[in-house]
Structures are given as structure tokens and as C-alpha cells.
Design a protein around this ligand. Structure first.
Ligand code: FUB
Length: 349
């Protein structure tokens, strides 16, 4: 696909003030200007950085009511060695496609990959033939795939945006996205509230869900739990709170804390919250990224050779088309007090 964005320079701005009050305007890089790639999930495997993405395309579907215009049909893997801001990037092509997964009808949304005992497990969210998002798993012997999907989705799985965090011998699957991502339909896991609208403004916000994976990495070892996010006083956030969780959970560990980063969806922020356990409760910490061009914002955080990076996407290269997003990277700074420096997402006011 030819893109205008190949002609555009990446946002290369000079680092500025990094105070909490003023987002840092800092250098960022479009990693693959030749095509539209979204929801980047970055990991270091075998000494290389691998980035797993959903693959946006110029679909004729324009119905945005339940996110149908995010009409993706495959996932890609990319790799690079060294500094993500400058290293050459390799596209390993489509590592899993809609035609390879019998239960998937449409909308291959965000993905993530975990390694265990030399095997790689790709978790992906997509709609089944009943119009429900489920989470599937596919396996490979190499981080670059190709991945072979299990014939059925993970039992008891629902909603979107799987992210796997390894803690010692345990692997935790986080997931859940509001509105088109259907998280609000599942008040108590298997209880499907067919007509459930999005929560009212003074309802408690829905958090992500988390469950440990079975030793074979292919099923949930327990019922998913709600992940609670509170403000600094211990109060759970309300739906009306612009800092509340919407989608895109990601966990990283820094110092002795677990950091949950997430998208606030309709308020277009990437925020973080910290906890002493992978199950939470998480206490809100601040904003990592202010709004980008485009509606969605979706991140991963990874340490590469002792430096931390934020992988994310925006729609600037497509002229702001929400469903045509381009993946990016920028450095991420943890301050000595455990806070994270807020980065300017670059959306024009
Ligand atoms: O890419 C489709 C959806 O948009 C993802 O699953 C969400 O996180 C948002 O980025």
C-alpha cells in the first residue's frame, strides 16, 4: 500500500520541559511508514525487539458505531536489533490471518505474544460468528511466526486487547475494552448482559480483567478478576472520570512496583497506575501520553538495553483517519520517585 506518510518526516521535535505540568515534547519515530500498523506490543526475545501489530487497511466498512471500521484481517511481526529510535526494522509479514482461524468472522483487534520454554504464544482478540469478541491463542516455534491458531477461542474469554505479563513462573492474561470492545457486557464474567449500554456517568468504571494462564498457556487457570484502579485516596474511579480505564492494558515492572498502563479511550490519554501485586489494586499515577491525532491510543512499554520505550500509534500520517494508524516509538522516562514523565502526543489543539 502506497502511503502519503512515507513522504512525511517523523515527528522529530526537540526535548522540552518534562515537568508534570507540561508534557515533554520529545523525539518520536514512525517505525513502518510503508503501511498502517496499530496496537504495537513490543517484547525483547532472543536479544531482539519484536513488535506485534494489528494491521489497518483501507476497508470499505465505514460503520463506526461499534468499531466495525477497525476491520483488520491479519497480524504482523516486526523486529529490530539495538536502539528502537534508529535501528533498521524488518517486517516478517502476516503471522496470522483471518482465513487461518475457523472461529473468527471479523475484526482482528489487538494482540500480544508471550514466550515459554522456547515456544511463542500469540493472544488475539476477534469477533466470532455471533458478533462476540473472544480471545484466541496461536503458537509458533519462532518469535517471527508463522503462528498456528487453536481451533477454538480460549474458554470463558471475552472482550478485547489481550496482554500477557510473566511474573516468575506465572503468566497473567489481562484484557478488556469498553464500548465496541464489549467489556461492559460482562458484569461477572459469564453473565452476558446482551443489551448492556455503556456505564452511566456516575457508575463505577469497568477495569480490565486478569486471569492466570494454565501451564500449557492455552486456557484460563481461574475465573477472570476485575482489576481495580483507585485514585490516591483509595476511591474507585467513576465512568465520568477522564482518567478511568477504557482499553489497552499493559503491565511492566519497574523497581518494586507493577505498572499498569492503559488507554482512557474517549478522553484519549495513556495513563498509568501502580500496585504491589499483578492482581492490583492499582493506584492511579498520572498521564504518560497526551492525545495523539486519531481516536484510539494504544501502547506497550519495554526496556531495551537498560532504556525504556513507549510503543504506540497515531493517525497523523493518514491525515487523521481513525482506522488508519501508524506505529511509533519514543523514549519513556521513570523518575526517581516512581512517577513517569508525561509525553506530548502531538495532537493539534
Ligand atoms: O485496533 C482496534 C482497537 O482499537 C484495539 O483493540 C483498541 O485497543 C484500539 O486501539
Amino acid at each position: 500500500m502506497k502511503l502519503l506518510n512515507a513522504l512525511l518526516p517523523s515527528v522529530a521535535l526537540i526535548a522540552a520541559a518534562a515537568s508534570a505540568a507540561e508534557p515533554a515534547v520529545q523525539e518520536s519515530r514512525y517505525l513502518w511508514p510503508a503501511d498502517y500498523m496499530a496496537d504495537p506490543a513490543a517484547h525483547v526475545f532472543d536479544g531482539k525487539v519484536y513488535i506485534y501489530t494489528s494491521h489497518d487497511w483501507d476497508s470499505p466498512v465505514t460503520d463506526a458505531s461499534d468499531g466495525a471500521h477497525y476491520d483488520m484481517r491479519d497480524y504482523h511481526a516486526f523486529s529490530l536489533t539495538g536502539d528502537p529510535m534508529t535501528a533498521e526494522v524488518t517486517d516478517h509479514g502476516a503471522i496470522l490471518s483471518i482465513d487461518d482461524v475457523p472461529w473468527v468472522a471479523r475484526q482482528m483487534w489487538a494482540t500480544d505474544v508471550a514466550e515459554k520454554d522456547g515456544k511463542y504464544y500469540l493472544y488475539f482478540s476477534a469477533k466470532d460468528y455471533n458478533g462476540l469478541f473472544r480471545i484466541g491463542v496461536a503458537t509458533a516455534d519462532s518469535p517471527a511466526g508463522p503462528f498456528k491458531a487453536e481451533p477454538d477461542p480460549i474458554r470463558g474469554s471475552y472482550s478485547i486487547d489481550p496482554a500477557v505479563y510473566r511474573d516468575g513462573d506465572d503468566y497473567y492474561l489481562y484484557f478488556g475494552g469498553l464500548n465496541g470492545g464489549q467489556n461492559q457486557r460482562y458484569d461477572d464474567n459469564n453473565i452476558l448482559r446482551e443489551m448492556a449500554p455503556r456505564p452511566a456517568k456516575d457508575d463505577l468504571a469497568f477495569g480490565p480483567r486478569v486471569a492466570k494462564l494454565t501451564p500449557d498457556m492455552k486456557q484460563l487457570a481461574e475465573q477472570p478478576r476485575h482489576v481495580v484502579i483507585t485514585d490516591s485516596l483509595g476511591n474507585r474511579m467513576l465512568e465520568s472520570d477522564p482518567r478511568r480505564y477504557f482499553e489497552a492494558p499493559w503491565i511492566h515492572r519497574y523497581g518494586d512496583k507493577y505498572y499498569l498502563t492503559y488507554s482512557t479511550g474517549s478522553s484519549h490519554l495513556i495513563c498509568y497506575a501502580t500496585a504491589d501485586s499483578p492482581y492490583g489494586p492499582f493506584v492511579y499515577g498520572g498521564t504518560i501520553l497526551t492525545p495523539v491525532t486519531g481516536w484510539t491510543t494504544h501502547q506497550s512499554v519495554v526496556e531495551v538495553d537498560g532504556k525504556w520505550y513507549l510503543f504506540y500509534h497515531d493517525s497523523a500520517p493518514s491525515g487523521g483517519r481513525s482506522s488508519l494508524r501508524s506505529m511509533k516509538v519514543t523514549p519513556l522516562t521513570h523518575l526517581p520517585d516512581g512517577n513517569i514523565v508525561t509525553i506530548d502526543g502531538g495532537k493539534k489543539k
